[in-house]
Design a protein around this ligand. Structure first.
Ligand SMILES: NC(=O)c1ccc[n+]([C@@H]2O[C@H](COP(=O)([O-])OP(=O)(O)OC[C@H]3O[C@@H](n4cnc5c(N)ncnc54)[C@H](OP(=O)(O)O)[C@@H]3O)[C@@H](O)[C@H]2O)c1
Length: 337
């Protein structure tokens, strides 16, 4: 099969090669990959900024894939050839509390991912593709959508009528806007761009804040909530901004700490957190049970992912470069027809 392999850190070292098609072992399925989508994590892995010590030799990168079962290994009862499936990033985290070693079983690092014509998945971890989505659309769900769902619903217990602040218009955030809106919540969206804010408004965000022209966006969020603050913040930026997120959240409200776009260290001003009793919850995507529940919801609601651009398999470098420049919605790579 043809596969992109990371021979060393840096995009120049991501090379397209011929490599033996893997055989599914007991409990495994071989998936013919139709499409993958990129996440910030995939770029950070190539740059050597994400768990570089775990990098194996000639890694096939990219965790999020959708495709068709080509072959099943001994003992597999969950799937048969021809079934449409998606990957699940935390391949051993199926339900309940996470184990300490979940990151050891993540696809796209340290396990091989889907930027190849075929990939191996454990049958217990693969997820059936929602019928209303194409494989290109489905490939965007495993990290970006599940992270937003896990934050809002599994941990956040979002209720209709509550208010959610969503930071920026990246992959996780756009899914958060769609899901929160479908759950009947009021959405306050932030972005560096008025044009992007108009687009999130069309997707259902009711209140808009440009965080460039309104750097004190947390104070603005307080004004928009009668001085009380929002029920939940989808925090994808981290860094110093964490203190603004605490300020933007109502007493005993909930911050889902998801991203590190603004830095991997967040100096926390402790007293405002204590006085407001805000809960900050670290999020690591989610487990498979929540993935299944989310799919049921998005199918019922007819939610379709926002895709910015679909690249051809040979154009993987351009896809990574587009992700680095910024996109509105997901960057997808079509792998096979
Ligand atoms: N913990 C987890 O489970 C998990 C899962 C998925 C992602 N993540 C992390 O979450 C972050 C976002 O991931 P993603 O895939 O959604 O990224 P992405 O698609 O690359 O998002 C980029 C967008 O973030 C917004 N942004 C950047 N700096 C900002 C700032 N200072 N304030 C507000 N918004 C800002 C920008 O929106 P505008 O252009 O509109 O300004 C930008 O377009 C990354 O750090 C990623 O690693 C974590």
């Amino acid at each position: 099969m043809r596969a992109w392999q990371l021979e060393d850190f840096g995009l120049d070292n991501l090379v397209l090669k011929e490599t033996p098609t893997p055989k599914p072992g007991p409990g495994e399925i071989l998936v013919k990959v139709t499409a993958v989508s990129l996440n910030y994590r995939d770029k950070a892995i190539v740059d050597g900024a994400y768990d570089p010590d775990k990098m194996p030799k000639n890694l096939i990168p990219v965790s999020d894939a959708a495709g068709v079962v080509a072959e099943v290994g001994p003992g597999v009862t969950e799937f048969k050839p021809g079934d449409r499936v998606m990957s699940h990033l935390y391949s051993h985290w199926l339900d309940g509390a996470p184990a300490r070693d979940e990151p050891d079983y993540c696809l796209g690092l340290p396990l091989n991912g889907g930027l190849a014509e075929y990939m191996i998945l454990e049958a217990s971890s693969a997820v059936p593709t929602p019928a209303h989505l194409t494989d290109e659309q489905a490939s965007t769900l495993p990290i970006a959508a599940l992270t937003a769902w896990f934050a809002l619903v599994e941990y956040g217990r979002l209720e209709a009528g509550q208010t959610v602040l969503v930071q920026g218009t990246g992959g996780v955030s756009l899914f958060a806007v769609q899901l929160a809106n479908a759950l009947g919540a009021r959405v306050i969206a932030t972005s560096s761009s008025d044009e992007k804010l108009q687009r999130v408004a069309e997707m259902g965000a009711q209140e808009l804040i440009n965080y460039r022209t309104t750097p004190d966006w947390a104070e603005r969020a307080r004004e928009l909530t009668d001085g009380q603050g929002v029920d939940q913040v989808i925090e994808v930026v981290g860094g110093d901004g964490i203190n603004q997120s605490v300020h933007a959240t109502r007493a005993a409200g909930h911050i889902s700490l998801i991203g590190f776009l603004g830095g991997q260290v967040a100096p926390l001003d402790v007293l405002p957190l204590l006085f407001s009793q805000v809960q900050i919850r670290g999020i690591a995507v989610g487990h498979r049970r929540a993935f299944l529940e989310m799919n049921e919801f998005i199918e019922k609601q007819g939610i379709e992912p926002v895709i910015d651009t679909v690249y051809g398999f040979e154009d993987a470098h351009q896809a990574y470069e587009h992700l680095a420049r910024g996109a509105f919605g997901k960057i997808v790579i079509r792998v096979t027809d």
